[in-house]
Write a protein that binds this ligand. Sequence first.
Ligand code: GDP
Ligand code: CA
Length: 322
Amino acid sequence: MTALAGGIGGARFLRGVQAALADADVTVVGNTGDDIILHRLNISPDLDTVMYTLGGGISAERGWGREDETFTVRAELAEYGVGPAWFGLGDRDLATHLVRTQMLAAGFSLSDVTAALCQRWRPGIRLIPMSDDRVETHVVISDEAGRRAIHFQEWWLRLRAEVPAEAIVSVGAADAKPAPGVLDALAEADVVLLPPSNPVVSIGSILSVPGIRDALRETAAPVVGVSPIIGGSPVRGMADACLRAIGVETSAEAVGRHYGARRAGEGAPPARADGLLDGWLVDTVDAGVTVPGVRVTAHPLLMSDLDATVAIVRAALELAGV
Ligand code: GDP
Ligand code: CA
């Protein structure tokens, strides 16, 4: 099985995959559009969220960063007047960024670094970044300082996505290559899942790397997506602000249609040249949603605990017919 994944939503879903498919060979293509360099450190928040969640190191309360975390370094930096205060750089977490930065500086690729970090965490899946090339999501906003692009993390964490995004841009994506193994993992999979990750800044960012969308369209495996939107709102986070920026309504139906059908199905218009889905799993409150050319089924999609999440994974696999 191959899945694309962002941070918290993706990682929670993958915990269900891990539990439901203990013996399966699972590859996760992680989003690196959220990556940011702070204090000269290479930080990959979404890769780390997946790695810590599946490796048992995640903070259960926050859903990101390490359990039993302290923030002494951040407090000391603040005493010097050095920020940013909006980024939660924990002391334990810092060790991960130090290892990553040191290995990248020594010439290793981000894929190599991720594999090395996973030797400690043993997430039970193969985690690979979408690309070894640097890709950063930037957000165009207008405020008192004028119209400008800022890093996604600043928009998301400092501004809480409250300043409207005029555009969301995947900087560097056009020249990026999929990391080694990404295209093969999609081509050779028996099933491909799109977890309920943010459709714009997680899944959309992964799809912005040339070649990945085509690999999803061309794989012989069924492709099934799980809706991150339940009853017209994102369960947590501000995905609605991201969807607004790309002109997509915050609904399970609109996101399903945004991903689109992979093939011309019965009663469907001719397949789009960029559609991705064979199946779209929506919550029971969204039963009745239609996406032309895509099989839609409904199942409770709140990942409230591991059992509920395992049931969602099983429903997605059933929809995929595997
Ligand atoms: P991020 O990188 O930490 O923002 O995480 P992701 O992109 O992987 O996932 C974020 C998305 O997960 C949010 O936009 C939510 O819509 C979705 N999400 C969070 N919790 C749940 C849940 O319990 N069920 C469903 N269906 N979606 C969820
Ligand atoms: Ca993220």
